[in-house]
Design a protein around this ligand. Sequence first.
Ligand code: GUN
Length: 285
Amino acid sequence: MTNIISGKILSENKRNELKEKIAETKKIYNREPHLVVILVGDNPASVSYVRGKEKASLEVGIKNTTIIKDENITEEELLNLIDELNNDASVDGILVQLPLPRHINEAKVIKRIDVSKDVDGFHPLNVAALFSKQECIYPCTPKGIIEMLDSIHAEIEGKLACVIGRSNIVGLPIYKLLLDRNATVITAHSKTKDLAKITSQADILIVAIGKAKFVTANMVKEGAIVIDVGVNRNEETGKLCGDVDFDNVKDKVSFISKVPGGVGPMTITCLMENTFECYLKRINK
Ligand code: GUN
């Protein structure tokens, strides 16, 4: 029987818990956590993600300021804005929505964010901490995926996990988090040969490649756990769909996440948790 891992329900529970914690803390410190999101340009997917972050902030009691900048903003102007926010004591978290326009160096922008306000966990110091098993802010999507696996008490230790995708945002950090749980982890990517041969051996398959319905039944192991990170627009229906062909795969696996209602809400919930974590560290300093 197939079981759905609902990121939506898990998220709702986690947001309720977080809302209570934030309300309690606010009573003591007399201010709420403050997240600033910077959106450059009007990429429809980014606009929708940023709206989701605003809605979630409101739900849990985080102050959200979204700063929208024209896509022609210069790199220097964006860096100056980040400096201002770094120096603003009322700001606990800074998130620059990615991708940025081509004329702006993303790595430079991420590095400019004060690491104590890096709610994305993308700053090189956070990445280094993650890869050397030191205290850090975990990137939101990988953190959410591990929580989804934990919610079904998935056995990770000793299992073969395959991650399709090697991005800084998902593929690389989820590789490390699974390794830290003692899985044997394979990273597959666009240059991987015989992809289906590899993925079909995986007990846990994480798919983050950005290709609609790419993973089909022949690519998954009977009884596997499949987490779909993809968010694609189905050209025919206009609806959102994942990287996994859900209907084709669902009867072969033991657990699977859906798109929408899977990883997406968990990513945003983890962002809320990270913002609260940065706020707590800052007020306790
Ligand atoms: N674009 C897609 N996912 C993310 C994310 O997790 N953080 C940021 N900053 N941009 C993104």
